[in-house]
Design a protein around this ligand. Sequence first.
Ligand code: ADP
Ligand code: ZN
Length: 212
Amino acid sequence: MKLILLGAPGAGKGTQAEIISEQYGIPTISTGNIIRAALKNGTEMGLKAKSYIDAGELVPDEVVIGIIKERLSEPDCQNGYILDGFPRTIPQAEALDNMGFAIDAALSIEVPDDEIVKRMSGRRVCEKCGASYHTAYKKPEKDGVCNLCGGDLVIRKDDEPETVKNRLHVYHEQTEPLKAYYQNCGKLFTVQGQEEVADTTRLVLAELEKLI
Ligand code: ADP
Ligand code: ZN
């Protein structure tokens, strides 16, 4: 299965991606995680991306297209993949089509803006391994500590309220048009994001069943 997850920042794409990954045995490819890892390692690409990310803007298309092209060529992507956070613009979607990595479906997780703003304030990530948590919806076993590696849980700089507002604006302007793009080729599926992660997962898996 080759799947794109669409949705506003904080709609729960990453969480659902992890669950689908496990269920179907295919990797999740998150451009956000790849860029943050590059940033942490101080690579040239990471340094270039930093000012965009911190401002809640999109990293230039050619940078993320390069990242995806390289990643999708790796052997673990042979049997399928879940794209979390790519494409985010029409040119990125067109580039993906032109790369020859055809996708089966784009699944959009719909969450209203006011709900997004509320959720983002509780979002935490592991400083060490990047795993994500939420103070209300996805609590770690021990407060402030990563279940997977014991690292400290922190607020991502781009999850600060002012930056979140800009990211939502960018989402509506640049990413939401992708829904029409995939609708036009009959590949768009939609679910309403629920308060409980497990409830959203049920809806997501029901949609994926239709594809098999
Ligand atoms: P979220 O999952 O909250 O939407 P991500 O972790 O996917 O956020 O992305 C964080 C930031 O990384 C984005 O705000 C953007 O600056 C950059 N980024 C990630 N993916 C892309 C992409 N496909 N195109 C442009 N910028 C991207
Ligand atoms: Zn961790």
